[in-house]
Write a protein that binds this ligand. Structure first.
Ligand code: UDP
Ligand code: MG
Length: 330
């Protein structure tokens, strides 16, 4: 079995690739790294070309004949970093999986440090760009993003979105990524009960090419944040979210309507000239709608796959067929 799979998502990074691969191969030769795995140490480097329009693909293809560990998955068009990582995870055969940006901003020689940390008993070790070498227009939004995510999820990482991370295979096999959710991988992993931690890593300024993320990431980031919150908290029980909101709205609407009705019956006050009447009606309708959304959600979630109901740490003495189902071996 392969000891380590290194996944590199890349989009138009032709200038960085030769240097990146030479550093990466240098890092893979280190005995300090080999000692962290049972003999013999084997590795693979999976380059995921996310629809590059420059020569990135050709640069890699040219190297492949002389490098049996090098693999290339090339997308039809640009699908985004999340898709690229997800393809890499699907392909990875290593017991340990590492991701790394292609732009030379991450240091390949830090991989062994992260794996050392992993062996202390963690399932995911995320790099922490303690001294980030990026312009203020990137570091400031990123600080905000990290603080908000920390507050809402209670996970005490400083840098959720570092390209450099190492995983135990169990984590990458389980992750289901959508949208631009690679930023929330530590959140999704921790939610499944995996042990997540971080380690400060050296960060370098971008030498070639340019960043692929502009200000649009603000909005997509916000929506992904909401879906991650929803997925981790309420995916399995939509009724708890919509049902509760619906119930409160219905109760309020009902009380208002009752109050107006009693006023009419007991004190003979006219109903038609009271603005609050509309609020009552609105809240009643809104409540019913929320409630039925919750019900629909329940139906959908009970008919969808059961896979995400649980995460298996270990299974012992199962038959091959059983083990396949519970997916803790291979
Ligand atoms: N990337 C990708 N697909 C995209 C955008 C980026 O595979 O649609 C890769 C990119 O080539 C790089 C990594 O993701 O290897 C991080 O991107 P970038 O350096 O632009 O992000 P930043 O470091 O500026 O946050
Ligand atoms: Mg970068």
């Amino acid at each position: 079995m392969t000891s380590l799979s290194v996944i590199v998502p890349l989009f138009n990074e032709e200038e960085s690739l030769p240097e990146l691969l030479s550093q990466l191969y240098g890092a893979m030769q280190e005995t300090e790294l080999h000692r962290l795995f049972p003999e013999p140490f084997t590795f693979e480097i999976i380059m995921v070309d996310d629809g590059s329009t420059d020569n990135s693909c050709r640069v890699i293809e040219r190297l492949i004949p002389s490098k049996p560990e090098l693999r290339l998955i090339s997308f039809q068009r640009n699908f985004g970093k999340t898709a690229a990582l997800s393809a890499g995870f699907m392909a990875a055969a290593g017991e340990c999986v590492c991701t790394l940006d292609a732009d030379l901003q991450d240091d390949p020689f830090a991989i062994k440090e992260l794996i050392k940390k992993l062996h202390e008993g963690y399932d995911l070790v995320s790099g922490w760009k303690q001294e980030r070498k990026d312009p203020l227009s990137k570091t400031l939004p990123s600080k905000l993003f990290n603080t908000v995510t920390r507050l809402f999820t209670g996970i005490t990482l400083h840098d959720f979105n570092c390209g450099l991370k190492v995983y135990r295979r169990a984590v990458t096999r389980r992750l289901e990524l959508h949208g631009q959710m690679h930023r929330y991988i530590p959140v999704l992993a921790e939610w499944d009960g995996f042990k997540v931690t971080e380690l400060p890593v050296r960060h370098r300024a971008r030498q070639f090419g340019e960043t692929k993320y502009g200000s649009s990431r603000f909005f997509s980031g916000l929506f992904d944040f909401l879906s991650v919150l929803f997925i981790t908290r309420y995916l399995r029980r939509p009724m708890h979210f919509f049902g509760m909101a619906g119930l409160i709205s219905m109760l309020l609407g009902f009380s208002i309507s009752l109050y107006i009705t009693l006023d009419k019956i007991l004190l003979n006050k006219p109903v038609s000239n009271r603005p609050i009447l509309f609020l009552g009606i609105l809240l009643l309708i809104l409540g019913v709608q929320l409630f039925s959304t919750g019900l629909l959600g329940e139906m959908l979630s009970s008919s969808s796959t059961k896979e995400r109901l649980f995460a298996v740490r270990e299974s012992v003495n199962l038959t091959t067929a059983q083990a396949k189902k519970f997916g803790s071996t291979d």
